[in-house]
Design a protein around this ligand. Structure first.
Ligand code: NAD
Length: 334
């Protein structure tokens, strides 16, 4: 089956080709991000394979349908980038990779907590510059602190499990309560309680209309002064302008972002020779207590193997007319 793979980086092609062990799939790899301007590249293919920053709005879906594309295999877990209702109305099936390695993302979120607390990003640069002073690098013991996990799904639970070794209290907020989270020692609380009582907040819920700008001026005002906020989930959970104000007033003490609302035109590209036009992002990276990374939490060899294996399985199932075990259905919209 001919599949147009969008937003391809060399590692995507390498892992997808390796996962297609019987070489039954015919991949065309495009570096372009899927958008109304690039959707025509899918002409002559049966399926499209897309990633987190590909655009799958009504306009793109209409173009894909006009090209006889009936199937979209997302090679990611989140599906907020797809207008699912429109896809369904056009009869386009969508699959995702529901779990490829919650460990990769949870371990990365923990890495951001530890690096921010002990200011590893600053220490690394100081020593390289022959500056062996540790003044300004003061951290805090995690033991005895309270960590808030928003979204206690697969990643949130692994994150909580990693933290259970640190002697912290873990508060959780989710629409659904997971017994596994409670068994890990976590305690469910109301969102406002979580905001007001924890020292570290880590976001692990999906982006939905309810979670859009979950972290905004109002929620920041409820938090403990000096709170640490970690977002490895989706950029639009955080109102970046509001966190800049929170950082300036020192209400926010630490910020770790692996995702950013306006990341689509920036992340995954080497723009080091260009003038970045995004003033909000540029302001964020000037703070000494902020670490921004380029949506890399998922990026481990295990995760890439699992993503590629499941994507190939999804493509094969569609081609054979088998049940789509990883179909994204309207029922999954919260
Ligand atoms: P999951 O579906 O297992 O868990 C998500 C949890 O969030 C569920 O328990 C759900 O009930 C909960 N939730 C939904 N709406 C909520 C709300 N309004 N308030 C609180 N909780 C709510 O998903 P997961 O595998 O744990 O992934 C979580 C998110 O991580 C994904 O949606 C994705 O956006 C993000 N992600 C990021 C990366 C990365 O590289 N940075 C990689 C993979 C996933």
């Amino acid at each position: 089956m001919k599949t147009a793979v969008f937003s391809t980086k060399p590692y995507d092609a390498k892992f997808l080709i390796a996962a297609d062990v019987d070489a039954v799939h015919d991949f065309d790899f495009f570096e372009e991000r899927l958008s109304p301007h690039t959707a025509k590249l899918a002409e002559g293919h049966t399926a499209v394979c897309a990633f987190v920053n590909d655009v799958l709005n009504a306009r793109v879906l209409d173009i894909l349908r006009s090209l006889d594309i009936g199937f979209i295999a997302l090679r990611c877990a989140g599906f907020n980038q797809v207008d699912l209702r429109h896809a369904s109305s056009l009869g386009i099936k969508v699959t995702h990779v529901p779990a490829y390695s919650p460990y990769a993302v949870a371990e990365f979120a923990l890495t951001l907590v530890l690096a921010l607390n002990r200011r590893i990003h600053r220490a690394y640069n100081r020593v390289r510059d022959g500056n062996f002073s540790i003044d300004g690098l003061l951290g805090f013991d995690l033991r005895g602190k309270t960590v808030g996990v928003v979204g206690t799904g697969k990643i949130g639970r692994v994150f909580s499990g990693l933290f259970s070794g640190f002697g912290v209290k873990i508060f959780g907020y989710d629409l659904y309560h997971s017994p596994e989270f409670t068994e890990l020692g976590g305690k469910y609380v109301e969102l406002d309680t979580l905001f007001s009582e924890v020292d570290i907040i880590s976001l692990h819920c999906p982006l939905t209309p309810q979670t859009f700008h979950l972290i905004d001026a109002q929620s920041i005002a409820k938090m403990k002064r000096g709170v640490m906020i970690i977002n490895t989930s989706r950029g639009a959970l955080v109102d970046a302008s509001a966190v800049i104000e929170g950082l300036k007033s020192e209400q926010i003490g630490y910020l770790g972002l692996d995702v950013y609302e306006q990341e689509a035109d920036l992340f995954y590209e080497n723009l080091s020779e260009r003038i970045i036009q995004d003033d909000v992002l540029q302001r964020l990276v000037t703070f000494p207590n902020v670490i921004v990374t380029s949506h890399q939490a998922y990026f481990t060899d295990t995760a890439l193997q699992n993503i590629s294996n499941t994507t190939v399985t999804n493509l094969t199932a569609y081609e054979k007319g088998d049940p789509l075990l990883n179909e994204v259905t309207l029922a999954m919209l919260h």
